[in-house]
Design a protein around this ligand. Structure first.
Ligand SMILES: Cc1cc2nc3c(=O)[nH]c(=O)nc-3n(C[C@H](O)[C@H](O)[C@H](O)COP(=O)(O)O)c2cc1C
Length: 400
């Protein structure tokens, strides 16, 4: 690989390139430095090369002028770590338990729609990779694999099902029954999408799901009009406005609770007020999330909203977070501020687009290693050792 099409480069470069910092006195060509994927951004670059514009823009874009999309990253950078030293970190234990299920580490995969557009392995590949890594996988309602096929394809993985509430409550109820039957362990009700946000790129591209793919959970329910496979941007928005119920309110959580024994997690909470209501209406958990900045622009980064939610309900509900997590120290910061676990959306899509299930496995392994390094260098052997005082806002240092 190294010598391929490389006139003038001797094979001894192989050794030199491996010790880049030490021996290399000239800039390396792109494909040499590309050899190892060492961070989530590397997977994103690979994915960019594999995806068509229609799909790439769909996966990467946010709402409006994408201010919050950038903020989801920027806000992590504004937090500083305060490492503690000499604390014997020879043996790390980063496992945790959520709703009675053991996870090997505090990171799961957030629901993202239409994963077969990224790679034929689709949701099954993504979920298998999650299972191998000991992570939870959340299946989107708008998936290109049905929940039954996912359950059959990734039986070992802890699976949760993401749900919307439909105008026709029997559609919602049928999905709940199917999720229960297929051994999903929790329902994740997305509460920040009564309608879809304005994603400019999708409108410009007239985004459409490739014609060989379908929204697999709805095949056969022709009467609802959901089975259409060829949905353009307007098709999907029309579908959402014709099917999703924009009148839903907190009392619908009471209804949902009345029809299922599964724990209910609400996803999309950004305020203490909504967190308190989630507790009042009997939810088991909250995902602090701005939907990957895809719904309404200029809302806070998820990590900025986390502290007020934790202060309000952190002792009573399982508080989790997604949005902008791409490295180990992001995970650490979210846990220090009170999240019990975090989820990644796009990073898994990048892994999938790059190399299917194997690409997600590789991405998760890079992220896990990075988290372990953070844990060791900040002096935390277990998740219980992570203290709020280990993370402070940059403004603390500005005061000095
Ligand atoms: C391409 C894409 C599709 C998504 N589809 C859904 C979905 O179907 N249901 C849902 O609740 N959230 C959906 N989300 C939001 C994710 O669950 C999650 O909140 C977000 O991706 C987290 O941010 P991150 O991508 O920075 O990790 C989607 C996000 C992306 C990027």
């Amino acid at each position: 690989m190294l010598e391929r099409n490389l006139p003038g480069f001797s094979s001894s470069l192989g050794g030199a390139a491996k010790g880049v910092g030490k021996y290399c006195i000239f800039p390396l060509p792109d494909y040499v430095t590309d050899m190892a994927l060492v961070c989530v951004e590397d997977f994103e670059k690979k994915a960019e090369a594999h995806l068509e514009k229609n799909a790439l823009d769909y996966y990467r874009s946010g709402a409006g002028e994408q201010f919050t999309l950038g903020l989801n990253r920027e806000a992590f950078r504004r937090l500083r770590l305060r490492p503690r030293c000499l604390r014997d970190v020879s043996r790390l234990d980063i496992s945790c338990e959520i709703f009675g299920e053991r996870m090997k580490w505090p990171l799961g995969i957030a629901p993202t729609a239409m994963q077969k557009m990224a790679h034929p392995d689709g949701e099954v590949g993504n979920a298998r990779a999650a299972g191998k890594a000991g992570s939870i996988f959340i299946l989107s309602t708008l998936s290109t694999t049905s929940l039954e096929d996912l359950a059959a394809g990734a039986p070992e993985t802890i699976k949760w099902f993401q749900l919307y509430i439909y105008k026709d409550r029997t559609i919602t109820e049928k999905l709940v029954r199917r999720a229960e039957k297929a051994n999903f362990k929790a329902l994740v009700l997305t509460i920040d999408a009564p309608i879809f946000g304005h994603r400019r790129a999708d409108v410009r591209n007239n985004f459409s799901l490739p014609s060989h793919l379908t929204l697999a959970n709805f095949q056969g329910i022709k009467a609802t009009g959901v089975a259409s496979s060829n949905m353009g941007a307007s098709g999907i928005n029309e579908y959402v406005s014709s099917q999703f119920d924009p009148t839903i309110s907190w009392k619908d959580i009471a209804w949902l609770k009345s029809i299922t024994h599964l724990p209910i997690v609400v996803k999309g909470v950004l305020t203490a007020e909504d967190a308190v209501l989630a507790r009042e209406f009997g939810c088991a958990g909250i995902i602090v999330s701005n939907h990957g900045a895809r719904q309404i622009d200029t809302v806070p980064a998820s990590i900025e909203a986390l502290p007020e939610v934790v202060r309000a309900v952190g002792d009573d509900l399982v508080v989790m977070l997604d949005g902008g997590i791409i490295q180990g120290n992001d995970i650490f910061k979210a846990l220090a501020l009170g999240a019990k676990t975090v989820f990644v959306g796009r990073p898994a899509v990048w892994g999938l687009a790059y190399n299917g299930q194997k690409g997600v496995e590789e991405m998760l392994s890079v992220l896990r290693k990075d988290f372990e390094i953070t844990m060791a260098l900040i002096g935390s052997q277990t998740l219980k050792d992570i203290q709020p005082s280990m993370v402070v806002h940059e403004s603390q240092y500005a005061k000095l």
